[in-house]
Design a protein around this ligand. Sequence first.
Ligand code: C2E
Ligand code: MG
Ligand code: MG
Ligand code: MG
Length: 289
Amino acid sequence: QVKQNGRHGCLLYQPQYQHQQVSALEMETAIRQGLQQDQFELYYQPQVDPVAQRVVGLEALIRWNHPQQGLLNPSLFIPVAEQSSLICELGQWAVDRACRDARLLEERSLTGLKIAVNVSIQQFERPSFAKNVLESVSLHGLESNHLEIEITESNIMKNMDRGANLLTSLAEHGIGVAIDDFGTGYSSLSYLQTLPVSKVKIDRSFICNLSGEKNGLPIVIAVLNLAAALNIHCVAEGVENEQQKQILQDAGCRLIQGFYYSSPLSFAQLIPYLKQSKNGRLIHQEQMR
Ligand code: C2E
Ligand code: MG
Ligand code: MG
Ligand code: MG
């Protein structure tokens, strides 16, 4: 049984209350072992231009192929990894794997896609972060403008000075910077002007209020206008149905991510999805349900 528990993170086995700390430690050991034994995998969720009906980007989302528990979502192990330097190892593994997979896609003529990788604060605060990212990019022979780093708005706010230096050095190398969960960080907007942000991702919480009694549309329109004025791309996250997609498309949103088009796909599932999209036959997962 999987259980979430606050500060000590997530435990795979429902423990006795007094054993919680031990279990977090056990899990760190298991994660470390999982890294050595290649148990982690990246899934990719398409970002779609709804007008052109084309996939233009992918977000890499980590999964753990646990030998006993099966495929685990990040909420079950990222919080534990974030309590130690393990998150940096896991995060760097993800950057490297994403670069490798991006290169594999290019070799299959599935070109022109931007691949986004999520990065935790500890990882991006490390002095070696930018260097490690650039090394992965060049190791796999990827063009750096095909890689994008996603950082949550609240994490950027925690260390603005570091954020500014780091993002500038990434941007100078052509690596995109996307602000994840945009609109949930209770932050001022001025950083959008001072930092080299290339994309904002409107948080799912705004998207699920688009239809229904809470009318979320004015906020979404405001964000789209803001992004356009600042020449920043804008993705709507967590788009689950045709109605939400249509509202966003009508409001001028040119990038849609969510279950409506596709849930995150394994690399093997991704290839046929991208091939069909390239041939102008985009599948809508919602229509298959
Ligand atoms: P995120 O970056 O905000 O990713 C979006 C999450 O929303 C993903 O959950 C995705 O599967 C889910 N999602 C996508 N479309 C929909 C939709 O239409 N409806 C709903 N309800 N959900 C949708 P996932 O894959 O479980 O990832 C959760 C979080 O874990 C991510 O949030 C990200 O913060 C973190 N994460 C994932 N991979 C990595 C990684 O490699 N490194 C780090 N540091 N964090 C990661
Ligand atoms: Mg993300
Ligand atoms: Mg997000
Ligand atoms: Mg999120």
